[in-house]
Design a protein around this ligand. Structure first.
Ligand SMILES: Cc1cc2nc3c(=O)[nH]c(=O)nc-3n(C[C@H](O)[C@H](O)[C@H](O)COP(=O)(O)O)c2cc1C
Length: 206
């Protein structure tokens, strides 16, 4: 599928694995490259660099939410749409990804900024996953979809893609070797771009 123009979409890409050599980071990079080629402005948020502690109510009671959670909030706030690329750990999205969003959900409003749940509400998001296995991490996206819709009021586009045998999927430059895989990722991005455009039009007065 030919990727439709994504300009002027501001796309935030977050991978649920931060390890060196992560297949999901590679898929996120390949999708980001496709989105940039189509004119989107892409920000990739590295969850390892964010260094969020594991959510702990005592930590929160003692010092409030960590600064890094605010960085996540501002990144989500500044984006028209999100692309989340998640590994599957025993059928679920990774703790790294869920922990980041759990912190985001704890941020209340201040004079300077809206609450975490206010910046996610009605924000379009698309999901990808990658695994060396035959299902490509498919099950993780079903839980992630439910979590984002139910708890964060995000609008998750129906189109999604699970990259199976992901350990054999990329060339030396990090691009997807299989044309069908590239085309399916392009289809997910096109659906996300179309939804973001429609929402922007609906919100524009007059
Ligand atoms: C704790 C754990 C559980 C896993 N469970 C699954 C699983 O349910 N399904 C699957 O396809 N792969 C599973 N895997 C394998 C991951 O898909 C594989 O390690 C993958 O490379 C992780 O993503 P990354 O390369 O982006 O870090 C699991 C790996 C770990 C460490």
């Amino acid at each position: 599928m030919q990727l439709k123009a994504l300009q002027p979409l501001r796309l935030l890409v977050i991978a649920g694995s931060a390890r060196r050599g992560s297949l999901n980071l590679r898929l996120a990079g390949a999708a980001a490259a496709l989105a940039r080629e189509a004119g989107a402005s892409v920000e990739a948020l590295d969850l390892r660099a964010l260094q969020l502690p594991l959510y702990d109510g005592d930590l929160e009671a003692a010092g409030g939410a960590p600064e890094e959670a605010l960085r996540l909030l501002e990144a989500v706030r500044g984006a028209d749409a999100l692309l989340l690329v998640t590994p599957e750990y025993n059928g679920f999205p990774t703790p790294l990804l869920i922990n980041a969003f759990d912190w985001l959900s704890r941020l209340g409003p201040t004079d300077e900024r809206p609450a975490g749940l206010a910046v996610t509400a009605n924000k379009p998001v698309a999901l990808l996953s990658a695994s060396p296995g035959p299902l490509g991490g498919l099950r993780s996206m079903n839980f992630l979809r439910q979590y984002l819709q139910m708890a964060f009021a995000m609008i998750v586009v129906p189109q999604q893609f699970a990259l199976s045998r992901a350990n054999e999927a990329f060339d030396a430059q990090g691009a997807l070797q299989d044309e069908r895989a590239r085309s399916t990722v392009a289809g997910v991005l096109s659906a996300l771009g179309a939804l973001a455009t429609a929402l922007r039009a609906a919100r524009t007065p007059g």
